[in-house]
Design a protein around this ligand. Structure first.
Ligand code: AHR
Length: 648
């Protein structure tokens, strides 16, 4: 970095330090969570046992159950542990008729996990099971974790069963590591033994919570510092048919009572079928609110509005049958914000959170369109605004950012007084680069914009060939300069989707990828993180003179006007050097923090093997002047944080 006192030779980037504009909302940069790509079950939800309550249509999916001669397995529903998930398995072993296996066990149950079970040497795992046994039974369970090739990684025993359903638990300590391990349970005894909710979690979860979330995955979110979490989607809100829509009330309370349903991504893509994809709701609405609390992020729930996914059945709840949907919405507000002596506030308190969650936003439908949507939106808005006028309602502008559906919905949602319009965009890099001025002309007095789902598609939407390249992330960064400059109208935005299992995904690209033991952040993640962590408080006007039209910039004041945060995207293939002019700066500190994100090739990606190929680099420079020259690497995002105050 050099300084110059001479008149600026073009090109120049001028930041009007003395003319702070719109406030940048704390919700400017958030995250979008959906249980897609095994991002929930098999991902964020740290449970390792798939089909733990035998409720999949094939009750044995994910399991191998063998029995010695004289012993027999049966799936039953009579007198279940939980009426919500009624199935359980019974092993009956007749005394005398039993030919013991070499281990003396009457039977063996093996669960394959989610493309395996992730086991790490030195860590502990909590096995739980709901069980009851026949009168005078004396059953023992020998619980093992075995590696892919059968090597024992951990073992523990469990007994003390009675004639009543009760949860039993034992902790295993692993002495080996394997991303594709499996859980094996040997059953020793005679009579019968009933088993349900067979479960295995690592002890080390996010914040050490029993039955908690995968710590490494939440850590990525914590590091990003999102302003909000959108939850639970995504099309998953809608379901392929209304019966399998997401219903928040079935996702709270005792895990065994949370009614399992099919995951709508189960067979969505013929090229990526996932017949074993179901929703156990181990991460349900309470956990979602709790996560937002942990992250200091605003909760942004999206609810079904009586419409199933319009890419599937498009099934509609009649307008005169919307009451249950409306009631769910009203009750959710009370669950999140109501006093502890209100019925749903009391439920929240009983679950361990008497303090309200402070929910300020609610999405009505996910990615809906057409006149039927508007009718339903209007009904929801009317009911919700009467009771909760301060609640910010989010309406959908459909799946694309400029198609007929969008053109039809947008003005009508505005006329309905929608607080925030949810725009979605999955498009090529060039679209995002072209649209950096998209919001410059949006009416500042109209609805606010929630750019609720977006991501550059390197091939095309829905293609399994899409990749998370640096080129994609760079175009997103360029686009995000336009979102920040227009913070007066775009008050929320989130990349989508969030998580993907490398062995079990349906949709690509995604922000964070993981296997059963490791995870890595994509270049797009780093862009999101850098913007979120350098959000700033007020937009500062930026003028570009004599620069390539593939250079994009935004600036903000921060720390009560003491800092200027400048974000520059150089999307040209050559290094750019230009003057920076901090116009109206009263005092400029000499220290400058410089963060750069870039890579030699636009095709470069991160991976499990090379997780930090594209990662930010931070350095400190010297400045001290209101005018200086700065170099910006080819195809890079640079963030400069300078101590500079504007004239008063
Ligand atoms: O992010 C993946 C999907 O894309 C979302 O579920 C849906 O809202 C959109 O079509």
């Amino acid at each position: 970095m050099g300084t110059s006192n001479s008149a600026p030779a073009a090109p120049t980037l001028t930041v009007r330090v003395d003319a702070p504009g719109a406030a940048i909302n704390s919700t400017q940069w958030g995250v979008f969570f959906e249980d897609i790509n095994f991002g929930g079950d098999g991902g964020l939800h740290a449970e390792w046992v798939k089909n733990r309550s035998f409720e999949f249509p094939d009750p044995w999916m994910g399991w191998k159950a063998t029995a010695a001669t004289g012993a027999q397995w049966a799936v039953r529903q009579e007198d279940p542990a939980s009426p919500g998930n009624p199935r359980y398995v019974r092993l009956t072993a007749n005394a005398g008729g039993l030919t013991a296996t070499t281990s003396g066990a009457a039977a063996r149950l093996v669960n394959e996990g989610f493309r395996g079970v992730g086991v790490r040497a030195g860590e502990t795992y909590d096995f739980r099971v709901l069980a009851r046994q026949s009168e005078r039974g004396a059953w023992t369970l020998r619980v093992r974790l075995r590696g892919e090739t059968g090597a024992e990684l951990a073992v523990a025993s469990l007994d003390g069963f009675t004639g009543a359903w009760r949860e039993h638990t034992v902790r295993l300590r692993a002495h080996g590591t394997d991303a594709h391990a499996h859980l094996e349970v040997e059953l020793l005894g005679v009579g019968f033994l009933d088993l349900d909710m067979v479960s295995l979690y690592p002890t080390k979860t996010w914040k050490g919570r029993p039955r908690g979330m995968r710590a490494d995955l939440v850590q990525w979110l914590a590091d990003l510092r999102p302003g909000f979490v959108r939850f639970p989607g995504g099309c998953i809100v809608e379901g392929k048919v209304l019966d399998t829509r997401y219903q928040w009330k079935t996702t709270i309370g005792a895990p065994a009572d949370r009614r399992l349903i099919v995951n709508r991504w189960n067979d969505e893509f013929r090229h990526r079928p996932a017949p074993d994809y179901y929703q156990s709701f181990g991460v349900g609405f309470f956990e979602f609110f709790q996560l937002c609390d942990d992250l200091g992020a605003a909760p942004v729930p999206i609810l079904n509005c009586g419409m199933a996914c319009q890419f599937n059945s498009g099934q509609l709840a009649d307008l005169d049958a919307l009451d249950p949907y409306l009631q769910d919405a009203l009750d959710l507000v009370e669950f999140a914000n109501g006093p502890v002596d209100s019925p749903w506030g009391a439920r929240r308190a009983a679950l361990g959170h008497p303090r309200p969650f402070g929910m300020r936003h609610l999405g009505i439908g996910n990615e809906q369109w057409g006149p039927q949507y508007l009718e339903r939106y209007a009904r929801f808005a009317k009911v919700l605004k009467v009771k909760y006028p301060e609640l910010q309602l989010i309406g959908s502008a459909g799946p694309g950012p400029e198609d007929d559906k969008f053109q039809f919905l947008w003005p009508r949602l505005r006329d309905l007084g929608t607080d925030l319009i949810d725009e979605h965009c999955y498009a090529p890099a060039e679209w995002f680069l072209r649209q950096t001025h998209r919001y410059d002309g949006y009416d500042r007095n109209g609805p606010k914009i929630f750019m609720g789902e977006y991501a550059v598609q390197s091939v095309r939407t829905g293609s399994p060939e899409n990749r998370n390249t640096w080129g994609c992330a760079l175009a997103e960064a360029a686009y995000m300069t336009g979102l920040e400059r227009n913070a007066a109208v775009v008050t929320m935005s989130s990349y989508a989707p969030l998580f993907a299992h490398v062995d079990a995904w349906q949709w690509t690209p995604n922000l964070i990828w993981f296997d059963n033991l490791h995870s890595y952040a994509t270049p797009s993640y780093h862009v999101q993180r850098l913007f979120a962590r350098n959000r700033g408080e007020r937009v500062l006007p930026v003028e570009l003179a004599g620069l390539s039209d593939r250079v994009y910039a935004t600036a903000a004041s921060d720390r009560g006007g003491r800092d200027v945060v400048l974000k520059v995207v150089n999307a040209t293939s050559a290094e750019a050097e230009f003057d920076i002019h901090l116009a109206g700066a009263r005092r400029v500190n000499s220290r400058v923090q410089v963060i750069t994100l870039g890579s030699a090739g636009l095709e470069d990606e991160n991976s499990l093997d090379q997780p930090a190929r594209v990662a930010p680099r931070e350095s400190e420079g010297r400045n001290g002047a209101a005018r200086f020259t700065q170099r910006f690497a080819a195809n890079s995002l640079t963030i400069l944080r300078l101590g500079a105050r504007g004239e008063e």
